[in-house]
Write a protein that binds this ligand. Sequence first.
Ligand SMILES: O=C(Cc1ccccc1)Nn1cnc2ccccc21
Length: 325
Amino acid sequence: QSGSVAANPEQYDESYLCPVQVGGQTLNLDFDTGSADLWVFSTLTPASESTGHAKYNPKTSGKAKSGYTWNISYGDNSGASGTVYADKVVVGGVTATSQAVEAATSVSTQFMQDTDNDGLLGLAFSTINTVQPQQQTTFFDTVKGTLAKKLFTVDLKAGTAGTYDFGYIDNSKYSGTITYVPVKTTNGFWEFTAGAATANNRSLGSVGDAIADTGTTLMYLPTAVTSAYYAQISGSTNSADAGGYIFPCDADVPDFHIAIGGKSFTVPGEYINFTPADNSGEQCFGGIQPNTGIGFTILGDVFLKAMFVVFDQTTSAPRLGFAAQ
Ligand SMILES: O=C(Cc1ccccc1)Nn1cnc2ccccc21
C-alpha cells in the first residue's frame, strides 16, 4: 500500500498537523520524526486538560493492553502520559489494522494550550518508544512491511500545506537530484553528519552531528555556527529575556547554506526571520538558535520546509535523502 496526507501549518509554521483516523475518529496529529510514540488526547484525559481538543474514545473499537503504560517528555520539557490500546489507524489511506494507540491520561500545559493539536505520531525509530512493559512500534514500523517501498517522504512548506507520503517518492515534489547520507540509529533518531555552513559567502564552521526532526520548530545549531551567523545581522543580540537570538524585524537576514553529502542546500533568510519577538513587532525571533545543552544539532521545520526529505528504510542500513523543493 501507499498513501499521502496533508501537513497543515499552525500559525508561524510553529508545527504541522495531519488528519489521522484513529479507531474511526479523525484527530489532527503532529507527525514527529524526533520521537516514537503515537499518543492522543482521549476520553480518559481530564476535561480540564482536554477542552478544545478532539479526543480518541477507546470504547468504540480499541482493545485495552492491560497493564501497559507510557510516559514521554520532550526536550522543551513538555510531556504526557497514559495507557495503551490497540486500534485501527489510517494515514492518507495507509492502514495499520492494529496499531498501539497511547491514550493520554495526563498532558503538560504546552499541549493543553495548543488546541489545534490532538496528539503526536512518532516517526523516529521504535527503539525510543516509551511504552512499558513492552515497547511498541511506530506507525511507520507497523506498516513498513506492507508499503510498496519501505520509506516515507516529508515535504513541509512555508505558510501552506505540505505532505507526508508513505511508500513512494513523488518526483514532482523536488528539483535536482536526491542526495543520500547514512543514518546513525543508536540514539533512535534520524541522525546524520552535516557539513560546512556558510552565509554571505563566509564560512560559519561545520554543523556536524545532526538529526532531521519534524517535531522541532526551529534549527538548533552549534554555538560557534550560530554566533558566526548572527554576526552578519546588524542589531542582532542573544537575549536571555527573549530566550534566544533576536534582531530588528526589518534587518537583512542572510540565506543559510549547509553542505549535506557534498551538496549545498539553502534555507532562505526569510524563513530565519521567524516571528515577532514582542508585541511591538520591532524585534524578531531567529529561526536559528544555539544547541546549548542539547548535545547535537536539530534541523527542525525551519530547515525542513526548504527541503524534500526521504526517510528510507528500504535496506538494512537506514538513510536520509535530501533534495531542494
Ligand atoms: O524537544 C524537542 C527539541 C528540543 C527543543 C528544545 C531543547 C531541546 C530539544 N523537539 N521535539 C521533538 N518532538 C517534540 C514534541 C513536542 C515538543 C518538542 C518536541
